[in-house]
Design a binder for this molecule. Structure first.
Ligand code: 26W
Length: 809
């Protein structure tokens, strides 16, 4: 149906009538989206069932990727692309009077994640299915995704993201596969036939109901499953003994507490209640996910010793680490394994990816909380800890210090990263530098103990969403020039390099970029009423707002440029447009204040007639996957300016590179690998190296105040933060930012790197004047970006960590 335009048009209209009772003339864009989505969902049903059957019959090893975040974004366009139906449907709709892009805009953007970690999980899903691996996602179906950001009076305001309000055409609720998850209670222990039996009593039951979303692979007919769990009440009101009002209120309380488990992504965990809820969410995911994995395994009728041959469980950061004690619990208490056997199975099944070295992001749970909420699981964690510490002490009886540094339970807290390393067979970092720091700094004693477990898997992005879908014109040009093999073999993009000196190719690349810039400009005009010059340099920083990512350095530099223009109004300048997009965690006041600063500067700059035509600044609200797809193809410059050693990998950097933007960046995360391929000629590097940053942290020697005193450009912008003058609203507005730099000595070396940053910007501006040279660098970037396709990354996970092969259907 989808391969034949006329057939598509007829069936589409029939569906419109039979389901909604509307003719094509009466339908709204929302109706068109809904019907199209449901049609596709039904169409893939057969392939989905077929894929599952093949996995079962062939008894293939299956990977389950456990993640608290799946930032999948919109699915319509991508699904059509992967099914090879994009053009038929586009043309068919066109003939019916509808524009596909407009229909795509109707889909809510599934924001079930914060940033890179969640988006990586989504790219991995796409690659697993496209490369025909048996790999599934396991996550939570949050009723509300990451908050919707509104900018009001320059401030970030958070609104609930009610993405399920109009239903979700992609998901399939599978009530028959629901699972009971248990919280609280007490553990009874007794001996029976020479075995110790553990039984939890007086627990609270919660239903975990799976909603399955098909993950459609490119071209191959493979459809994997993203299983998202939703919490539902397990109390039957009919069976409730009527004990008057009391039991009624208990019932309401219970229902409320159950609903909250899958209500929000990252509820505020600054207080005890929030922390408890987050721990509940994590266990909910782990327990439901594991029980369902074991149910599938049980159908094979194999002994549990074979589990690691048939199942790989991967944990995306430490958030799902409870799979380790939970798998132990299931194997020991329910499947009759002894401790040693269960431990052997668990540590051959679970693998772990670390995504951050920032100490504040390494999860720890208070012992009392874990013991009360999950009494049996806590006993198992205690036993793991006891055995692990005992093993360390046996190796060296004087190693008490080492033991307290490495213990799983220490100072009344459960350290999840330690538990994750001790209980898994593979620990990987997400870029070369990050893995080295993991091994030789943050997790050094663990690396010394288990060197064979540690490995690197540099992140990647799916070129299907980030190039083919987001930038169709560039994709077409690539296919016209080197054929279409790059689609299944992204390394083939390297063949573009021979066009870097080809004048007409360069021109076409720049034309496509200009077209994308025009489209973004019209979006900006429509949203903010501001006109931006498509011939100015589009310089973009879009990512979570965080101190280490240094959006602050970027905006201080913009303030400096503004001062320059004001001081020398007649000097010739390359027109520049600075674009920001970022969400700040609701409780992160400094980050929110930086958002306000960007907006205040934008306001002052954009309404100043004197700089008009030379400088524009924009903060685009509600940065999300779908907005990223509009912004990234339009960028000339990609800002990747984190303090060296802090950004584990970054994946935005790869998306920009793939779309031909040139990077200005530090030697951090995957920028290092980009630089290895591109060299100094095709990328603009600046700033401290990670060893220098580490040295400063270790030995001191940096005083932000010295830089402030010595560099008049810096002094001026810093002072502008706290004096009512060109930018400021009132003097205290940006006091927090000012203090973080000058009173708390600039934790992220913003002032230390400022001069180098400004100098590199100036050099970059000069290169832009030579459009031919710029185009050539842009082409080299695109050519090398195939290296960062998540297909390559997933192939390495598959062979080095999971031990799986593609499955032929
Ligand atoms: C404590 C809970 C928590 C939850 C999420 C702490 C921190 C997070 C971050 C949002 C995790 C994250 O997104 N990390 C990013 O992961 C990407 C994929 O590996 C990397 O490219 C980024 O460098 C890293 O910051």
């Amino acid at each position: 149906m989808f391969n034949n335009k006329e057939l598509f048009k007829t069936s589409f209209q029939e569906q419109l009538v039979s389901r909604l009772g509307k003719s094509i003339e009466e339908a709204t864009a929302g109706d068109i989206y809904k019907i199209l989505g449901s049609l596709i969902r039904e169409y893939v049903g057969r392939d989905w069932a077929e894929t599952n059957r093949a996995y079962k019959v062939q008894q293939e090893k299956q990977v389950y990727y456990f993640s608290m975040e799946f930032l999948i974004g919109r699915l319509l366009g991508n699904n059509l692309l992967n099914l090879g139906m994009l053009e038929t449907v586009r043309e068919g709709l066109e003939e019916l009077g509808w524009n596909l892009e407009e229909v795509e805009e109707q889909e809510p953007d599934a924001g079930l994640g914060n940033g890179g970690l969640g988006r990586l999980a989504a790219c991995f899903m796409d690659s697993l299915a496209s490369l025909q691996y048996a790999g599934h996602g396991c996550g939570i179906r949050y009723k509300y995704g990451l908050f919707e950001q509104k900018i009001i009076d320059g401030h970030q305001v958070e609104l609930p993201d009610d993405w399920l309000q109009k239903g979700n055409v992609w998901e399939e609720r599978r009530a028959d596969k629901k699972i009971e998850v248990r919280f609280w209670g007490h553990v009874k222990v007794w001996e029976e036939n020479g075995r110790t039996v553990f039984d939890t009593v007086d627990y609270e039951r919660v239903w975990a109901v799976p909603y399955d979303v098909p993950v459609i692979g490119y071209g191959a007919g493979h459809v994997n499953t993203l299983r998202l769990w939703s919490a539902e009440s397990a109390m039957d009101p009919a069976k409730m003994r009527v004990e008057g009002q009391n039991s009624y209120y208990k019932f309401l309380d219970y229902n409320r507490s159950v609903e909250s488990i899958s209500e929000f992504l990252y509820p505020d965990d600054s207080g005890y209640e929030g922390k408890l809820l987050r721990l509940k969410q994590q266990y909910f995911l782990c327990s439901a996910g594991l029980i369902s994995v074991l149910r599938t395994f049980d159908k094979l009728k194999l002994p549990y010793g074979k589990l690691p041959e048939k199942v790989a469980i991967h944990i995306n950061d430490t958030h799902p680490t409870l799979v380790i004690p939970e798998l132990m619990r299931l194997l020991i208490d329910e499947k009759g394994c002894g401790w040693d056997e269960a431990w052997d199975i668990t540590t051959r099944t679970v693998s772990y990816t670390n995504h951050t070295l920032l100490s504040e992001a390494l999860e720890k749970w208070p012992v009392g909380m874990v013991r009360e909420l999950l009494p049996r699981v806590y006993m198992i964690i205690e036993e793991i800890n006891k055995r692990f510490c005992g093993m360390l002490l046996k190796g060296d009886p004087h190693s008490q210090d080492l033991v307290s540094r490495m213990a799983v339970i220490e100072s009344g807290q459960v350290k999840m990263a330690h538990l994750a390393i001790v209980g898994s067979y593979s620990v990987n970092g997400v870029a070369g530098l990050h893995t080295e720091l993991l091994k030789n700094d943050v997790m050094k004693p663990f690396y010394e103990l288990y060197p064979e477990r540690f490995n690197n898997k540099t992140n990647g992005i799916t070129h299907r969403r980030w190039l083919m879908h987001a930038n169709p014109e560039l994709s077409r040009l690539i296919s016209e020039s080197i054929g279409t093999r790059w689609i299944s073999h992204p390394h083939q993009l390297l063949r573009l390099e021979r066009f870097k000196d080809d004048a007409s190719f360069r021109e076409r690349v720049m034309d496509i970029k200009r077209g994308n810039k025009l489209r973004l400009a019209s979006y900006i005009k429509q949203k903010q009423g501001i006109a931006v010059d498509p011939d100015s340099i589009f310089d973009v920083q879009v990512k979570r707002l965080h101190g280490y990512k240094r959006q602050l350095m970027n905006i201080l530099h913009v303030m400096f440029l503004y001062n320059e223009i004001k001081d020398h109004p007649s000097a010739e300048r390359v027109p520049r447009t600075f674009i920001f997009g970022a969400k700040a965690a609701p409780g992160y006041y400094l980050a929110k204040s930086i958002i306000k600063l960007i907006n205040v500067v934008a306001d002052a700059v954009n309404k100043d007639a004197q700089v008009n035509g030379k400088l524009k600044v924009l903060f685009l609200e509600n940065y999300s996957v779908s907005l990223a797809e509009k912004i990234i193809p339009a960028a000339n410059v990609s800002e990747q300016i984190s303090t060296a050693g802090k950004e584990a990998s970054g994946t935005g950097n790869m998306k920009f590179m793939m779309n031909g933007a040139l990077t200005i960046g530090t030697l951090d995360g995957a920028n290092v690998e980009m630089h290895d391929m591109l060299g100094d000629d095709n990328m603009f590097l600046f700033g401290l190296r990670s060893e220098e940053v580490l040295d400063y942290y270790r030995y001191g020697g940096y005083l932000a105040r010295d830089v402030y005193r010595q560099d008049s450009r810096i002094k001026r912008v810093m002072d502008q933060l706290v004096s009512s003058g060109s930018f400021c609203c009132h003097e205290q507005e940006f006091g927090l930012i000012y203090q973080s730099i000058l009173d708390h000595n600039d934790e992220f070396f913003v002032l230390r790197d400022f001069a180098a940053y400004a100098k590199t910007h100036a050099a970059m501006e000069r290169v832009y004047l030579d459009q031919g040279a710029w185009a050539s660098k842009s082409i080299v970037n695109i050519a090398h970006a195939g290296h960062f396709s998540s297909d390559c990354t997933i192939n390495r996970y598959a062979s080095d960590i999971w031990g799986i092969r593609p499955v032929t259907l």
